[in-house]
Design a protein around this ligand. Structure first.
Ligand code: FBP
Length: 560
């Protein structure tokens, strides 16, 4: 035991003692929690097409848990499986913890297993039983390391069939999928497939992603967003203070967020840097790369005129895909790479490879890519994601922008419109935040999502996502239930094919949080209104330990 304690940090020892607060409605005995069904639902768009794909699970009602007698809850022991899918997010272990407690409180004989390494674990039939020992070691910890995760995708009928066979072989009654939009789309498809095959098993999803783009009126945020943005905000706040102390550098900080700019917006609110790019706005205003560069250069010049040759710029990872000509370039490159995959793979020299790829592009696109800094051009052409597409998350947009802003400023210098100094430092904050020790909010929220998922399963709901809402209130007052996965689905073109997918929720430019940001950003650009949130606080005044995100506060607090 002593040896064990020596291996974990003092903070971790204290966090093991933290008891997540369960929403009042879930505290009751499972037979005193009644699922109340609402009206039939519709998918977010493309209703008739989505209905065509989900003949058996389309239109299910939203379910809300209320206090009340419930005689329909499953009494016989059930075996539930859980799987993590996609990128890590703080709170994953607490989902398992909540699920375990929810099941065991209903019946000590219910069993929970965890498939190892994402959906691949189900296909390979690799799993472990989750025990009390697990709870003792992983409670309130970050990471997905207990059962690991992967980006293995489930899309084909052969895979659905294999999943069905393996769930049956292991006598699994229900599967809880902890994932983002893609993984929950797979969950919806598995639920539909099993219904179609007349197999009585429940599939329930849990909203996970630090990107914060899996949300709607029921899913107010995904778990992990709170902790990850708090970690990034601490670091960005420190960088702001450093910039203001030495007054000699411009810091360009790229922040994770594969597509939407929610992370950058939230970190922007928490730290108030000089520039925050929002991809969705760039798209709406049809801003070219040159426009984005001009926008940043303008702030650099204005600050320089006030004698301030320093500042901080936040660059969301996904911004690159919102810039129209880059989007066009990415499409063109993806087509070239898909059509010539074998040839490209067979060319060994980097120079020959890039020459070949450029030769296949239109002259506009080839000029565009050759005009980019050499290293960035190579990242576009040579780095691939698991699907063979341009690996957007590895493109160093912050360095691209630094190079282009520098060129722009040199031009302005020649025109005698700028005399300042532009010394830069680039940063990328992504993996630093994904496995942090969950904040109290994420520890409570993910525990409640897991516990609530147990109730959905025990009430026989399939094709649902566990929801916990009213998150700006105290956890005791949170409302719980399930929403049909098909409600979030639309039809999108993926690799040339129309597919049903859960729609990502982007930053709403008409929403309260963006409007608040738009009101403030000019002030942030010129002044040093930097805010220093510091590290996540797990103990101390509730005003700090129980703080939710600014995004949630702007979007969900009802003004009295
Ligand atoms: P999920 O959507 O799966 O939660 O992952 C999001 C994310 O953290 C993005 O912010 C980032 O672009 C991506 O994962 C990085 O992926 P990987 O872990 O495969 O490098």
């Amino acid at each position: 035991m002593l040896q064990k304690l020596r291996d974990i940090s003092e903070l971790q020892i204290e966090r093991l003692k933290f008891k997540p607060v369960l929403p009042d409605v879930l505290k009751n005995n499972v037979r005193l929690v009644k699922p109340i069904k609402g009206r039939r639902t519709r998918s977010v768009a493309d209703q008739s097409e989505v209905k065509g794909f989900f003949k058996n699970t389309y239109g299910l009602p939203v379910v809300t848990f209320k206090k009340g007698r419930n005689i329909n809850v499953k009494k016989k022991p059930v075996k539930v499986a859980v799987v993590f899918s996609g990128g890590q997010a703080p709170g994953g272990h607490n989902v398992i913890f909540g699920l375990f407690d929810g099941l065991k409180k209903a019946n000590e004989d219910h069993v929970l297993i965890g498939y190892l390494g994402g959906f691949a674990g189900i296909l390979d039939n690799k799993y472990k039983e989750i025990s009390k020992k697990f709870l003792n070691e992983y409670r309130n910890t970050g990471g997905f390391d207990y059962i690991k995760s992967s980006r293995a995708k489930i899309e084909t009928f052969a895979q659905f069939g294999a999943i069905k066979d393996n769930l049956e072989m292991c006598k699994v009654d229900a599967l809880v999928v902890v994932g983002g939009d893609d993984s929950n789309t797979s969950a919806a498809m598995i639920a539909e497939y099993l219904k179609q095959e007349n197999i009585d098993k429940c599939i329930v999803g849990i909203p996970k992603t630090i990107d914060g783009d899996l949300k709607n009126q029921f899913i107010e945020t995904s778990f992990g967003f709170d902790t990850a943005t708090k970690i990034y905000s601490e670091l960005v706040g420190n960088i702001c203070r450093d910039a203001n102390s030495s007054q000699k550098y411009w810091h360009f900080i790229r922040l994770m967020g594969r597509k939407a700019s929610h992370i950058a917006l939230e970190v922007g609110f928490k730290t108030q840097p000089n520039v925050v790019l929002i991809g969705e706005e760039i798209l709406a205003k049809n801003m070219t790369l040159a426009n984005v560069v001009e926008y940043i250069a303008d702030v650099v010049v204005r600050r320089s005129l006030a004698g301030k040759n320093f500042g901080v710029v936040l660059v969301p990872e996904g911004v690159i895909e919102f810039i129209p000509e880059i989007k066009e370039l990415i499409f063109a490159l993806n087509d070239v790479l898909a059509d010539n995959a074998e040839i490209v793979a067979s060319i060994l020299s980097t120079e020959e490879k890039t020459k070949f790829i450029c030769g296949k592009l239109s002259s506009n696109m080839s000029d565009l890519i050759m005009g980019l800094p050499h290293e960035i051009a190579l990242q576009f052409m040579l780095d691939r994601d698991p699907h063979g597409n341009v690996a957007l998350s590895s493109i160093e947009t912050e360095k691209l922008l630094i190079g282009m802003v520098y060129k722009k400023l040199e031009k302005l210098k020649k025109e005698k419109r700028y005399t300042g100094k532009f010394s830069t430092i680039s940063h990328f904050l992504g993996y630093e935040g994904r496995c942090g020790i969950p904040s109290n909010f994420d520890a409570n929220y993910s525990y409640a999502l897991g516990y609530n998922a147990a109730l959905l399963v025990l009430n026989g709901f399939t094709g649902y996502m566990s929801y916990v809402k009213n998150l700006t209130k105290s956890p005791k007052q949170w409302e719980c239930g399930g929403i049909p996965l098909t409600m979030m689905i639309d039809i999108e073109k993926r690799l040339g094919k129309e597919k049903p997918v859960i729609r990502k929720t982007l930053v709403n430019l008409n929403g309260k949080s963006f409007k608040e940001f738009a009101k403030k950003r000019n002030m942030w650009a010129i002044g040093e209104n930097y805010v220093f949130p510091g590290p996540i606080q797990y103990f101390g005044p509730a005003s700090i330990t129980e703080m939710t995100t600014k995004t949630l506060q702007y979007e969900h607090v009802v003004k009295k």
